[in-house]
Ligand binder design. Structure first.
Ligand code: BGC
Length: 806
């Protein structure tokens, strides 16, 4: 049939529209049709857009001025990013938002200050881990997840579980521990709590991302054993115990390849060895080559740029990326979208129960504070009415760190406010001096935008140099002195040794002068550490009667600290990270933050200079207490250490057998032998025989926190020890091997305070698991090796196993 074009279109228009309509209606829909059918209906462009985030939608921000740390105005203002929606296939956009210490979104929208979107600032990760209480952490996760859900977010960009390799790590406050067993189990608890709300998490930063200096370029060079035993172990535990919706790959390279471009990290290990079912997203602008990322199994590139989308389209068109691989990555994302609140059309309220959550935050904060010193029972405060409160951060407390780990909270309770609320009287004169000083100092640095602050952080306010005559006067007028020492750090930079790890001269003088003046009057001095990472304590601790490590305790900071100081709550936190005597004692001190190659510098995103760099983990597996214990370097406060207002005794350690078959059970009874109710963190360490492989002298293999035990009450704790708990990674055979020999089970109140020991034997080596030979370093690493390892020799020595009490 022939017709004139105009007439033709008129004649056939209805039919055309009908056909389109049918096509639209019959296009497969996510949730109704199989993922395979949905993918088959997607165009190449749609697929390439789905695996690349929507970028930043920042009205009024002209690139290259956009923020480095994710923040978009799309869907949920201030969230870190969104994914591409394909409405014709029923695929919604996902909202992802930071971060580890609370939901990070804009507190106000469109200049409307009548309605706020504040979130709870939870205690920082290091504090939560110091609780050693997975049930508590899961509760925090559940409350945290309700805010994620009620603010319309699908995936929380947390928790963060990189190992505390070095105390100067700028983001250590976001992370949990120097030990992967603690980090992995705390992560699994948070993930299970958050995800119980039907929202997702992204465990990050996978992996070996232990510094901020040159974070986008640094090549982390480490042995397969250190990688497997220390830096991957926590992720492995978390994946196996909580199956998080997503994993975030890190910025750094591992042994030469960007993690987001490393198939063996993202697919061979994460998916094939550990069985991870979710999807992997990059860290914001992480890696270089989008096609390599997709091939590696890094499903989603965040926050996403149009160039990345184009490169993926081009690669499929020129056959350098197969459609099948792209489809697999798409499927990974769609699988998670199916579970998301956005897909389910959840009508979020924008009104989480912040009051209820603040109470959870306060309780959690008290559970993770660590009492480091308590000479002559200086704490809890007794017969104290009037308190001389020293230290900037007593008045201007630090709830949490900076960068994407920061939270827009409605308030932060200062220590002063906490004390007043509990009925103490604070020295008003001293308060005025500090408040005036802080006001003047703050006025010198007007508040900057998040981005400006990230690029050029405002220096911390120098500690107020209190005059000696004032200190002496205050010692007359008050019952006790409290001194708070504060530290803050965050994403983008590492900390320094001088005036950061080490106290400044003003801080040292303050502690000394206050101690001398108050002690002269027979009055006590309590130091509160409001810090996110480890500092030097050995030099000044003798001046203090008590030291409370309060960490950065979230928005209820002052109330939670006062709960401990007053004795309303008995401290039960223990260190999940060592406090060394001095910085040079840290095993990675000589290899942190590594070498730079400035002559090869390039310009990266937002015009930022990118300097190639490398860092070699020469300490190998000897990180934290694994080093201090094995190499006999005495720390200031060891891993696992923490005091209580009561005492605990340990007795009756029993093993289910004296020779290991598939499993051994250890039971031990802990009794509160003091005068007040309290909880104890019970730790199980193993000293393994060293045949072919060198071994740390102790390794944590189990931990538990008792219930609140009343004076005289006991609890029996049971630990299960499996073959995997006895195994070390043998690089030659790429397998986990439990070596034959004599094993000591050590039940400790800390990593050096061992209370009960028992011994069992293993007759023959067990190959627990054979893994793939991957991520091999390309250079020799001069790794630490202990001179005299605890080679406990042969099975013949195993006569007469004993259970020893101490
Ligand atoms: C941080 C991530 C964060 C992301 C989105 C990055 O700069 O490293 O931890 O989740 O930004 O804000």
């Amino acid at each position: 049939m022939k017709c004139l074009p105009v007439l033709c279109s008129v004649l056939f228009l209805p039919a055309l529209l009908f056909a389109q309509d049918i096509k639209k209606k019959t296009a497969p829909q996510l949730g109704k049709n199989s993922i395979k059918e949905v993918i088959a209906a997607m165009t190449l462009e749609e697929k390439a857009k789905l695996v690349v985030g929507n970028g930043f939608h920042m009205p009024g921000v002209n690139p290259p001025g956009g923020p480095v740390i994710g923040q978009t105005q799309d869907k949920v203002p201030g969230a870190a990013g969104t994914t591409y929606a394909i409405p014709r296939l029923g695929i919604p956009s996902l909202v992802v938002s930071d971060g580890p210490a609370g939901v990070r979104i804009d507190p106000f929208r469109n200049g409307d200050s009548s309605r706020s979107y504040y979130a709870t600032a939870w205690p920082v990760g290091t504090l939560l881990a110091s609780s050693w209480d997975t049930a508590l952490v899961k509760k925090v996760g559940a409350a945290f997840g309700s805010e994620v859900k009620e603010y319309g977010i699908d995936i929380l960009l947390a928790p963060a579980l990189n190992i505390h390799r070095n105390p100067l790590g700028g983001r250590n406050f976001e992370y949990y521990s120097e030990d992967p067993l603690v980090a992995g189990n705390i992560t699994a608890a948070i993930v299970n709590g958050v995800e119980s709300n039907g929202v997702g998490t992204s465990i990050k930063h996978y992996a070996a991302n232990n510094q901020e200096t040159n974070r986008n370029t640094v090549n982390t060079i480490l042995s397969e054993r250190a990688l497997r035993e220390i830096y991957l172990k926590g992720f492995e535990i978390a994946v196996k115990k909580s199956q998080p919706w997503t994993v975030m790959s890190s910025y750094n390279k591992i042994n030469g390849t960007y993690t987001s471009q490393e198939y063996d990290l993202l697919t061979t290990i994460l998916r094939k060895e550990w069985g991870f079912k979710g999807f992997v997203m990059t860290d914001w602008f992480g890696g270089k080559d989008p096609v390599a990322q997709i091939k590696a199994g890094n499903n989603l590139l965040m926050p996403g740029t149009t160039q990345q989308t184009q490169k993926i389209i081009d690669a499929v068109n020129n056959n350098s990326l197969s459609m099948q691989v792209l489809d697999e990555n798409v499927a990974g994302i769609l699988n998670i979208i199916l579970q998301s609140p956005s897909f389910k059309g959840y009508k979020f309220s924008d009104k989480p129960d912040l009051k209820k959550d603040a109470a959870v935050s306060r309780t959690a904060a008290t559970e993770g504070m660590v009492l480091l010193k308590n000479e002559n029972n200086a704490l809890p405060l007794k017969a104290v009415k009037k308190v001389a409160v020293f230290g900037n951060t007593s008045y201007d407390i630090i709830a949490g760190g900076t960068g994407s780990g920061d939270v827009n909270k409605a308030y932060t309770v200062s220590l002063l406010q906490g004390l007043l609320a509990a009925g103490y009287t604070a020295d008003a004169g001293l308060e005025k001096i500090y408040q005036d000083y802080l006001k003047t100092e703050k006025e010198k640095h007007p508040k900057k935008s998040f981005f400006q602050e990230f690029m050029n952080p405002t220096p911390p306010i120098a500690e107020y140099a209190a005059d000696n005559s004032i200190i002496t006067q205050k010692a007359d007028e008050n019952d006790i002195a409290l001194i708070t020492i504060g530290r803050n750090a965050g994403e983008g930079r590492d900390r320094k040794v001088d005036n950061d790890f080490n106290l400044s001269d003003t801080e040292k003088a303050l502690i000394k002068n206050v101690a001398e003046a108050f002690h002269a009057k027979n009055k006590k001095v309590v130091v509160v550490l409001n810090i996110g990472g480890v500092i030097e304590v050995a030099n000044w601790r003798d001046y203090a009667d008590a030291i409370l490590l309060a960490w950065q305790p979230g928005l209820e900071a002052g109330n939670a600290i006062t709960d401990i100081l007053s004795g309303k709550v008995n401290p039960s936190g223990k260190l999940a990270t060592t406090f060394p005597v001095e910085y040079n004692d840290v095993p990675s001190a000589k290899n942190f933050p590594g070498k730079e190659f400035p002559d090869q510098a390039e310009t990266g995103n937002f015009g930022m200079k990118q300097i190639p760099a490398e860092v070699t983990y020469e300490e190998g597996i000897y990180v934290g207490y694994r080093y201090y214990n094995t190499f006999n370097v005495k720390p200031a406060y060891e891993f696992g250490y923490g005091l209580s207002y009561t005492n605990f005794t340990y007795k009756d350690l029993k093993l289910s057998s004296s020779s290991f078959k598939n499993k051994i059970t250890a039971t031990v009874t802990v009794t509160n032998s003091g005068a007040v109710a309290g909880k104890e963190v019970v730790q199980l360490y193993i000293s393994a025989p060293s045949q072919k492989l060198d071994k740390p002298s102790e390794e944590l293999k189990g931990f538990a926190k008792t219930n609140l035990l009343q004076p005289g009450a006991s609890q029996t704790i049971t630990f299960n020890i499996n073959a995997a708990d006895l195994a070390s990674f043998d690089t030659n055979s790429t397998s986990w091997i439990a070596e034959a020999g004599k094993y000591s089970v050590k039940i400790g109140a800390s990593s050096t305070s061992i209370k009960q020991t028992a011994i069992f034997g293993l007759a023959n080596d067990i190959v627990v698991e054979k893994d793939n030979k991957v991520l091999t370093p390309q250079v020799d690493i001069n790794e630490f090796k202990p001179a005299n390892n605890n080679a406990t020799g042969y099975i013949q020595e195993l006569n007469g196993f004993v259970t020893m009490g101490q």
